[in-house]
Design a binder for this molecule. Structure first.
Ligand code: DOR
Ligand code: ZN
Length: 436
């Protein structure tokens, strides 16, 4: 049994942000109290050995749930696999991750969904929930067998990495979502507007001499998908929202009662296109980094709930791929191990976002939207828990990362504020930054 003493507990499911003692036993949160005596704890332990942790100056919150991770298995295990990705997850404070379907082959059948789920269980770190494709082969045409994939354990459906260009196929998928009850996750990007663009179109792309992707490449599809969700009543989730216009469109759609949720990635909350240099392929991401105004809109959207949740879009690539010239390097940032610390350091510490909102947006909000357990520390719930030390600082060092990927903009930089203990169903899986 674990006894976390005098720790600051953030539990969005109970609107709680206060010092407490927390007991973890038998895979569950056993008790939360404003003070426990040694005697009471020993009685509750019923003979089990008790390890007590001094929680003063530290935070405890529900394990984070990331609805957008690329784990690359099957097919691209040189970038990441389910074991390395789920170890990276718990090192970064995530106890549940949803695995995107754009693997090789893509996850478009029940057998493949079951493969991802079982590989996740075998790995035994974070809970790994598969996302199935919306269309067969991720070709944007015929719908995949979503009911069948749901029976195999799919948590959502997405052609992420690609947009569904055909509006009728998108409309049908939202009709289908009413049968499965699961969200359709949309990667909003108009292919023709995006063209061969490498970064956001604007002053910075002109300066760097790179082809640009206009902000409208995202927003026109956001508008389309919101209208289709409104018409069909299907459950829509918008991935990696990155523009002011998209935030405005979502805000207005929510006022009309459209069944939509949206996520924002840490890198879009932290970085802007103006900071990009021609060698910064680690920051080459899709959708691309936007303007300072976009960044402000995203933070405001997250604060007021227009953007429901944070998600990493962990997109591992090999070092040789990212060492190519900017225009030839693949899109994506590997972020499971740094995302929470980056958000703490760049957004919470400067007062842009409260830690309470960050935890709600990264645990309870995804749990509710995707119908998952988690996001709560109520006694009796499975103990997916993070102990976070706001003072702990660490240089992001290639030798320490447990992900196979090194494509992070924080490599060689020091971040402050890290998860120092992580439990999955009461089992300690990370201690003092080492995955057990
Ligand atoms: O940057 C990205 N990388 N954006 C995506 O939509 C896909 C992802 C990937 O799979 O690498
Ligand atoms: Zn995407």
């Amino acid at each position: 049994m674990w006894w976390l003493k005098e720790v600051w507990v953030i539990d969005p499911s109970q609107n709680l942000s206060a010092p407490r003692d927390v007991l973890i036993k038998g895979g569950q949160v056993l008790e939360m109290s404003s003070s426990l005596t040694e005697e009471e704890v020993l009685t509750l332990a019923q003979g089990e050995q008790v390890e007590s942790i001094n929680g003063k100056g530290k935070f405890v919150f529900p394990g984070l749930i990331d609805v957008h991770t690329h784990l690359r298995e099957p097919g691209q295990e040189e970038k990441e696999d389910i074991l390395s990705g789920s170890r990276a997850a718990v090192r970064g404070g995530f106890t549940t991750i949803l695995a995107m379907a754009n693997t090789k082959p893509v996850i478009d059948s029940r057998a493949l969904v079951e493969f991802v789920r079982l590989q996740g269980e075998r790995a035994g770190y974070a809970h790994v929930l598969p996302i199935g494709t919306v269309t067969k082969g991720m070709q944007g045409g015929e719908l995949a067998e979503m009911m069948d994939m749901k029976a195999g354990g799919a948590a959502a459906f997405s052609d992420d990495g690609k947009n569904i260009q055909n509006a009728e196929v998108m409309r049908l998928s939202l009709e289908y979502a009413k049968l499965t009850g699961l969200p359709i996750i949309s990667h909003c990007e108009d292919k023709d507007l995006a063209g061969e663009g490498q970064m956001r179109r604007g002053m910075a792309s002109a300066r760097m001499g790179l082809k640009g992707i206009p902000a409208s490449a995202e927003s026109v599809i956001v508008a389309r998908d919101l209208l289709l969700a409104e018409e069909t009543g299907g459950k829509l989730h918008l991935a990696h929202i990155s523009t002011t216009e998209s935030v405005d469109l979502i805000r207005r759609a929510k006022e009309r009662g459209v069944d939509v949720s949206a996520e924002v990635n840490p890198h879009h909350l932290i970085f802007c296109d103006e900071e990009l240099g021609i060698t910064d392929t680690a920051l080459k991401v899709n959708p691309p980094l936007g303007s300072p105004r976009d960044r402000e809109s995203l933070i405001e959207g997250l604060r007021d709930g227009t953007l429901d949740m944070i998600a990493t879009d962990h997109a591992p690539h090999t070092q040789s791929e990212k060492a190519r010239p900017f225009a030839e390097a693949p899109f994506g940032i590997a972020s499971l191990e740094t995302a929470l610390s980056a958000v703490w350091q760049y957004l919470v510490l400067p007062g842009q976002l409260s830690l309470d909102r960050v935890i709600e947006a990264w645990s309870l909000a995804p749990a509710k939207r995707f119908g998952l357990h988690g996001g709560s520390l109520k006694p009796g719930t499975p103990a997916d828990i993070v102990l976070f030390d706001p003072e702990f600082s660490e240089m992001i060092d290639s030798a320490q990362l447990v992900s196979k990927a090194r494509n992070t903009p924080f490599l060689g930089k020091t971040l402050q504020g890290f998860p120092i203990m992580v439990w999955v169903e009461g089992r300690l899986v990370q201690r003092d930054r080492s995955v057990l």
